[in-house]
Design a protein around this ligand. Structure first.
Ligand SMILES: CC(C)=CCC/C(C)=C/CC/C(C)=C/COP(=O)(O)OP(=O)(O)O
Ligand SMILES: [Zn+2]
Length: 421
């Protein structure tokens, strides 16, 4: 039977398990309202990023993985990425020996699978330095999964390694366009349900190939912002529960859309023009993304009309053409969900209270937190004002490149390295 929600005084010093129980029973929302009644100094203790505990949890995971580095397993590059990227987000580094072992290990498993290739490449970029970067064999992969995630991992890797070309891009835009559903979000495959994971992948891939303007962006934005629930976290799809990992998949997608405002405005202006001339058929085609209407020809920074050689620089231009603007989701509320509901006080982050921590959720909750913290910034890495960082300012994480989900400083190093090859 459900216990009654805690009073504000009780909530000031609950044990961790008591707090989780309240959060689960209250469906998170009441604890959010209750939280506002707690004095600011107590709030700031509850909202602190448990850095040392997270580092301890993550390092233990990496050491454990390291003791078995000789074993090849499809998940290991992912675990390397989730752990090492999380550590980098927290502004820490791993020791030289572990770094060497990780590089050697990732080079032993350069096998032709797109998703793990993405994980391995992002890990090596995060480690940085000549040894890690030069160890990347800029191979190509033919065939494999056909879905929005495969498109993204292939395009992301090719873009960051500076090997994106016309051949690789061919038909990718058509495929992703066919995955945008009637709801506005993007599905893994045509005919499937729109989902946050694939929405991030589809949108990021479309931006990286210069074809984001072919998507129905107002409808995509509408779908994604309504995935932020009253619990303050994001859900992955309509009528499902919120989950910490969507802080990045959905929060990251909104952060990308925030940078496409001129094209969104143009598409909206055009749609309203259609309504006035009541060219219903053309409008319908345009919303379905099948129209060759002018909206497909709108120019935007980082979006090319046709594939000019500059599409290789879209990822780089994306962060250079950054302008100050406001987030299109409730960034403070999402930070609160991550810190209060997804964070384990003993280290590690999770889907929601009652679920166990894991490295995947640690990575994507921290990535989402970083997105939130820099969502008002004038430059992608300019330090945010304290008022937009939930909890103490020491919570501030490293900024990421939102198209690749690697820490910005390491992205810049990799960009310089591969641009020179
Ligand atoms: C680059 C990369 C790693 C991309 C991954 C993208 C991603 C997270 C795709 C989601 C896949 C999916 C349909 C999950 C649904 O799980 P569920 O039914 O358990 O969860 P739900 O109830 O929240 O939908
Ligand atoms: Zn999750």
């Amino acid at each position: 039977m459900a216990t009654s929600p805690p009073t504000a005084t009780e909530a000031l010093s609950p044990t961790v398990s008591q707090r989780d129980q309240w959060i689960v029973e209250s469906q998170v929302f009441e604890i959010y309202q209750l939280f506002a009644t707690i004095p600011p100094n107590a709030q700031s203790i509850m909202l602190e990023v448990q850095r040392d505990k997270h580092i301890e949890y993550l390092s233990k995971g990496l050491r454990h993985l390291g003791s078995n580095f000789s074993v090849l397993d499809a998940n290991r590059p992912w675990l390397c990425y989730w752990i090492i990227h999380s550590i980098a987000l927290l502004g820490e580094f791993i020791d030289d020996e572990l770094e060497d072992n990780t590089i050697d290990f990732l080079n032993r498993c350069q096998m032709p699978h797109l998703a793990t290739t993405y994980a391995a490449v992002n890990t090596l970029i995060t480690l940085g330095g000549d040894k890690a970067l030069a160890s990347i064999n800029r191979w190509m992969h033919v065939e494999g999964e056909i879905d929005a995630r495969a498109c993204y991992t292939a395009i992301s890797v090719a873009s960051v390694l500076n090997i994106l070309d016309e051949e690789l891009i061919k038909n990718v835009g058509d495929f992703i366009l066919s995955c945008q559903t009637y709801e506005g979000g993007i599905a893994g495959e045509p005919g499937s349900e729109a989902h946050g994971g694939y929405t991030f992948c589809g949108l990021a891939a479309m931006i990286l190939i210069g074809e984001a303007n072919r998507l129905d962006l107002p409808r995509l934005l509408d779908w994604v912002v309504f995935r932020q629930g009253k619990e303050c976290g994001f859900q992955g799809r309509t009528n499902k529960l919120v989950d910490g990992c969507y802080s990045f998949w959905q929060g990251g997608a909104v952060a990308l859309l925030q940078r496409l405002h001129s094209i969104i405005d143009a598409q909206m202006a055009e749609a309203s023009q259609f309504s006035t001339i009541s060219d219903a058929l053309e409008e319908k085609e345009s919303l379905a993304g099948t129209s060759s209407h002018a909206s497909c020809r709108i120019k935007h920074e980082g979006v090319n009309e046709s594939h000019s050689p500059d599409f290789k620089n879209i990822g780089y231009n994306f962060i250079n053409e950054w302008r100050a603007s406001e987030p299109l989701f409730h960034s403070m509320a999402l930070q609160q969900y991550i810190l209060l509901c997804a964070q384990e006080q003993d280290g590690g982050l999770r889907d929601k209270p009652g679920k166990r921590r894991d490295h995947y959720h640690s990575c994507y909750c921290l990535s989402g937190l970083s997105i939130c913290q820099y969502s008002w910034s004038k430059r992608p890495d300019s330090p945010p004002l304290p008022k937009v960082v939930m909890g103490p300012y020491s919570n501030l994480l490293e900024p990421i490149h939102p198209l690749f989900n690697v820490v910005l400083e390491q992205y810049r190093e990799a960009r310089e390295f591969f641009a020179g090859l």
